[in-house]
Ligand binder design. Sequence first.
Ligand code: MBD
Ligand code: FE
Length: 308
Amino acid sequence: MATNGASTNGNTYTGKPSRKFDPTFTQRVIDATGPKATPRIRQVIGSAIQHIHDWARENEITVDEWMAGVDIINQAGQMSNEKRNEGQLVCDVLGLESLVDEITYKLATDAKDQPTATAILGPFYRHDAPKRAMGDTIVFGIDNGDDALMFGQVTDFKTGKPIEGAVLDVWHTAPNGLYEQQDPDQPDFNLRGRFETGPDGKYNFYCLRPTSYPIPFDGPAGKLLQLLDRHPFRPAHIHFILSAPGYKPIVTQIFDRRDKYITNDSVFAVKDDLIVDFVPRKGDPKAQYELQYDFRLASYDDAVDAKL
Ligand code: MBD
Ligand code: FE
């Protein structure tokens, strides 16, 4: 990251690194690392120490400012439980989950003809969503949303062949902007489900055309957004994890092109390939909209695994 670069928008820190502090201190801290630390730990934590120290010196962080940061971290921890991951949300508003998603994805495949793009998991995934039959709905007890049929095919991105036994794990929010675990009025595992493809690789299920909503802003993530003069909204999206035997799983989301926040996601997750168009559906009493979306997976042979 450039620390002395020219600022075009007034938001970039342009101060010069200060020379007034002990020039040997940071190296002493890094050198305290012992011989049994793994090479990856030595490198990653050593580098983190260097960057954090440089950041503190360059911005002349005071004890009070540092303690305010520690409070944010502690509050995030205290608020977190199996239904809420505030530490992740703080990272999300700072763009960190989207950045590591980009890095992981770039490392995972260098092919030209890419598999489906990934997007961040976010804090609201739940394991073990109910397995449902193809053509079922994931919508229960909601009558104020737009129903949609989503359908498509899961294929091998190299060969184009359909993938049998691919599991599509899907989740999205209710029209009130809440995932079911945030909302006592929704049934358990509402708006979630797992669908497994047959030999043709095809899938279809009923869901809602999703709506934009604010990420939870009653904690440190919200406080940060407020301090930064930012809004908490995410564009309407549906989350997926695609997995299949022999294939590298992908975590992704699709986004509604017509959403007001499509170019202004509070957690920076939108990618062009993932923007979709819901179209009116005719002659189906169960849905006013439909959406076709095909997923392309890379087999383990074609994927270069990220090495950590
Ligand atoms: C969400 O619904 C979400 O998907 C992410 C990534 C962050 C906060 C709320
Ligand atoms: Fe989400």
